[in-house]
Design a protein around this ligand. Structure first.
Ligand code: NAP
Length: 265
């Protein structure tokens, strides 16, 4: 039990990747807090995990600073401290060319993925600073490194989370608070749940990675728990790509193009 009696908070843990993280932390002995906007999925999770004391759920939107402050206050009072924060909640909305992005869609992605992640980091981070100890792992995305056509709001928000991780590591290490981030590629779960029901999407997304397949949810969970654990204690300010080699990978490579020219194609 790697997290026996550790106190962990996972944002957006009611479904998808966050829920997989919550269940693994619980299995590993942690006391876990979770929030999400939809009360039904939050309370369904509470029903699913019968042990009352180890899981506390909250209805709350990470982009609502006041609500996150209340949640952090209540959670830390209940368990006495916060050891690990996982900034997992995130959204992606309209994937369109930049000139067609609606202001409200842009604002919403930035409000949740960037501002909400920062608000949560701030309210829990202050508790960690008071105690002189804490670990924060944020979920960014592979598109935060190099961007991708059609992903402007999402990619910008995730790139900013990576930068936030680096700056806070520089500022908060002296208080005993360290941070890192994960930048996943395409995972077979969470927000891709509906897409992966169709083989054509799995094939399309798979052939875009050098490994020729999407990531399993378990691979994501293993990496996040490793980064939250003592084993990763000297990894600080860094974003770890978990993308099957996709970062910086250009499928139609220049070398292949030259080779095809030589073959007269
Ligand atoms: N799946 C992938 O392939 C992939 C790849 C790269 C990065 N990621 C990142 O991984 C994280 C988890 O994604 P996922 O695939 O598990 O997505 P998901 O299935 O859509 O789950 C998102 C979770 O976050 C919660 N949430 C959304 N907005 C929230 C808000 N404003 N406040 C509080 N909770 C909120 C959702 O619950 P409610 O809707 O009830 O609030 C849900 O529990 C995200 O940050 C995402 O950007 C995912």
């Amino acid at each position: 039990m790697r997290f026996k009696d550790k106190v962990v908070f996972v944002t957006g843990g009611s479904r998808g990747l966050g829920k997989a993280l919550v269940l693994k932390f619980l299995e590993e002995g942690a006391k876990v807090g979770v929030n999400g906007r939809d009360p039904n999925s939050i309370y369904a999770l509470k029903e699913e995990w019968k042990e009352d004391e180890s899981l506390t759920v909250y209805q709350g939107d990470i982009s609502d600073y006041k609500r996150m402050e209340e949640i952090a206050e209540d959670f830390v009072q209940k368990y006495g401290r916060i050891d690990v924060l996982i900034n997992n909640a995130g959204i992606v909305n309209s994937l369109v060319p930049a000139e067609n992005i609606k202001k409200d869609d842009f604002d919403r992605v930035i409000d949740v993925n960037l501002k909400g992640t920062f608000y949560t980091t701030l309210v829990f981070g202050r508790k960690m600073i008071e105690r002189g100890q804490g670990r924060i792992v944020s979920i960014a995305s592979q598109v935060g490194f190099f961007g991708e056509k059609g992903f402007l709001p999402y990619a910008v928000s995730k790139g900013a989370v990576m930068l936030m991780t680096r700056i806070l590591a520089q500022e908060w290490s002296k208080y005993g608070v360290t941070l890192c981030a994960v930048a996943p590629g395409f995972i077979k779960g969470g927000m891709n749940e509906s897409l992966i029901k169709k083989d054509v999407f799995v094939e399309f997304l798979s052939q875009r990675t050098p490994m020729g397949r999407m990531a399993e949810v378990g691979e994501f969970v293993s990496l996040v728990l490793f980064l939250a654990s003592k084993e990763a204690s000297y990894i600080n300010g860094e974003t770890i790509a978990m993308d099957g080699g996709m970062t910086g990978y250009v499928k139609d490579s220049f070398v292949d193009f030259i080779a095809s020219l030589k073959k007269g194609k």
